[in-house]
Write a protein that binds this ligand. Sequence first.
Ligand code: ADP
Ligand code: MG
Length: 736
Amino acid sequence: NVVMERIQRRKSLQLRNQQAAWQESNDGQSMMEFRRSLPAQKERQSLLEAISQNQVVVVSGETGCGKTTQLPQYILESEIEAARGATCSIICTQPRRISAISVSERVAAERGEKIGESVGYKVRLEGMRGRDTRLLFCTTGVLLRRLLVDRSLKGVTHVIVDEIHERGMNEDFLLIVLKDLLPRRPELRLVLMSATLNAEMFSSYFGGAPMIHIPGFTYPVRSRFLEDILEVTGHRLTPYNQIDDYGQEKSWKMQKQALRKRKSQIASVVEERDGAVLVFMTGWDDINTLKDQLQSNPLLGDPSKVLLLACHGSMASSEQKLIFDKPEPGVRKIVLATNLAETSITINDVVFVVDCGKAKETSYDALNNTPCLLPTWISKASARQRRGRAGRVQSGECFHLYPQCVYNVFADYQLPELLRTPLQSLCLQIKSLRLGSISEFLSRALQSPESLSVQNAIEYLKVLGAFDQNEELTVLGKHLSMLPVEPKLGKMLIFGAIFNCLDPILTIVAGLSVRDPFMTPFDKKDLAESAKLQFSCRDYSDHLAIVRAYDGWREAERDRNGYDYCWRNFLSAQTLKALDSLRRQFLFLLKDTGLIDENMTMCNKWSRDENLVRAIICAGLYPGVSSVVNKEKSVSLKTMEDGQVMLYSSSVNGKEAKIPFPWLVFNEKVKVNSVFLRDSTAISDSILLLFGGNIQQGGLDGHLKMLGGYLEFFMSRDLASTYLNLKGELENLIHC
Ligand code: ADP
Ligand code: MG
């Protein structure tokens, strides 16, 4: 111990010298000068004092004032100055991976270091940190998973939870866990950071924790609502119902025209001054559509003078850098972004903001047990936030593409995610963290979800086989909680490994956890859909189509034709690359769990057995099942909860006049106006009986022993007659 202490002491002194040397160097000084110009600097001392004297502190301040990049750094610097550099350990959580990465890179640069020295990051399946990393930026999910194996956060001195105003599910969850932990770890410090001013709620949740507000500077931003924009050239106001459907297909054409008119009037204002333009859109597909449109039909004159960038959660880091960089003189930067750019990312040179007024929000209909993903009106807080992004460096302009009267009826704040999403992963986590009864635990949240939502999630996990009848984790459940994917996808991975059918399953799971690699550009929808159909080979499965598309791409890549292949087949090379790297990471994880052997001698023995692939898809997606009834000219689909349902036209099954299988399993259903199924695979009765649902007794072991007995028969493909013989027996076994 004495030796240990001495080593740490020496290390701490070394860190102190390094830090001082950087701050005195030329580069360091100009960096310090920039940092000192941020509003947070004025509060540095009072922040540090409050943190040392209180276990919990709530900090709020305008976006861009320096909360995320400065506050964790202040703590690190003061620890280093106090010669505790080698023993402190600061964790700062971010709701999104892209902000965890970009912020950590920024902070490392501000300290004149490379990423992975004293500052690092860790996000799902990826990280850069070293033995000497003292300040770690991670996603909230990563910290929650760490709590699985390290319940008291041993060695951690400070936890900073950022962007709590967003009220993400993980953040709300983490706060309950930390609230329980604090009395057991009196020396642990917790800082909550929020952009908007609802700090009181968080403060009172933590028994009246002190609040510190960082007064910000932003320049005035002129707000123009739709009526003001149209007034410019005397156009009549677009009727409210027309923009109500913004982003939805049926009125898209009308929208496009309306939008273009508005945009060109905006363009005339923009042309008067320099400065970047930030456009808030609802989602990735919208962004791509607009980007294509603007590229083929530029609104701002000379296209070589425009730098058009998309900003969304899964972009590559080279792309990301362009967003922060200043463009060449005379070049206009236009960033098309989702609400990611609302708070977590600050683009300094923005002078103009265009706000469509909507964001894609997941909501959850607990009564019908159906998640919905719809562009919905944002809250007043979001609209203010979006507007504020125009006043970072000088006075700016904000164009709201909706009338003032619509703004007036926006909700003040967005509903917390915990109250609007299915709770399956969360319930799994509560159990694996051994936090006791799920309902009791969730009743201690800032705002608790409806008990019906909780019950639905628990029932689902029982059917999936992750929980037993007493709501305790099964062996399968334990494995699932270790895998950083949705439980149903985790189950597919585990089954893929156990049934030696890994390759296609890796592709399918990776495909379902990134985006759809099949692209459907709006104006070439039919062409794109028939291109996808070629991958289906009449086997009635979107999932198998992904496998074929991916395998074909791999082959084309080998011949250096990958790009051409994607172009011909309406595939996104970028998504396929992401899918490819995700596949590798999943493989790594599975090796880690010991479910496949290091040399992988066996794990693809059955990979070519299409029926087995279908069966594993069914195991994961059950109870997402719809019955298939072939009518005269069309197919009628029904699920238990919703009755009649539809398929997206982009599904390979969506165009079929007949589906020669009795069932479809689907990945997701979404309520738009009717209920739509996304990504489906046709399966037989026996697959549904054998793999749908969960054989309760004996957990995973029992389940597999029983299934193992039938495996031979399964492979023999003579399913129908055997099925009839087995039916009675199976009905006892399978709990649907
Ligand atoms: P907050 O968390 O309060 O919204 P940040 O700490 O993220 O603010 O940012 C503070 C300031 O640091 C920003 O206004 C911007 O000037 C600068 N900054 C942040 N990230 C970067 C980056 N990646 N590149 C350059 N400057 C950055
Ligand atoms: Mg921030």
